[in-house]
Write a protein that binds this ligand. Structure first.
Ligand code: IMP
Ligand code: MG
Length: 178
């Protein structure tokens, strides 16, 4: 049996997204800014962030396989969907749902840097600093959270729970009967 406990409410998320959007606007007064969401988890964050920003944006999506279906990392990173546009000469903000080990973002940043964007920054809704294995410079962090498995607002467990409005801690009680 699994249980959900609200860690960050929808109201807290929305308020923080407004603040992050204002920070990104300040750092990129001109635009267009390419907001690149990592599928699938970051899609709600991207949608809210883009609409809260005043600087003109363009949106792109990139697919990465990292975690498989469970809660533990496979340790492998693979690009499963590339960008549709060239980012050369543009300001870019990579939008991620959560930075955990840092493996995904350090891999992706290396690839994007080779494409010569004008600037390259990272925004993440959540950060689990305790779990970091690779150092990544994250410019915009929504919330630092403890080392607990969370779902909602885009984050999943085996593809479930993405549409919850709050970010919740998912825990499974062993030996549950259903
Ligand atoms: P990293 O490469 O270890 O930093 O992994 C980041 C990715 O792992 C995120 O984009 C999520 O898809 C997934 N992930 C890490 N922690 C969680 C969690 O608590 N809940 C859901 N997905 C997670
Ligand atoms: Mg993800």
């Amino acid at each position: 049996m699994s249980s959900l406990r609200v860690l960050i409410s929808a109201e807290q998320i929305q308020a923080r997204v407004q603040e992050l959007a204002a920070e990104i606007d300040r750092d990129h007064p001109k635009g267009p800014v390419y907001l690149i969401a990592i599928l699938k988890g970051a899609c709600f964050f991207l949608a809210d962030l883009a609409r809260a920003m005043k600087t003109p944006t363009r949106i792109e999506f990139v697919g990465i396989s990292s975690y498989g279906k469970g809660k533990t990392s496979s340790g492998e990173v693979k690009l499963t969907k590339d960008l549709d546009a060239s980012i050369e000469g543009y300001d870019v903000v990579v939008v991620e749902d959560i930075v955990d080990s840092g493996v995904t973002l350090s891999y992706l940043i290396k690839i994007f840097a080779q494409r010569k964007p004008r600037s390259l920054r990272i925004a993440t809704l959540l950060d689990k600093p305790e779990r970091r294995q690779r150092q990544v410079d994250v410019n915009y962090v929504g919330f630092k959270i403890p080392d607990e498995f969370v779902v909602g607002y885009g984050l999943d467990y085996a593809e479930d729970y993405r549409n919850l409005k709050d970010v919740c801690v998912l825990s499974e009680s062993p030996g549950g009967t259903g």
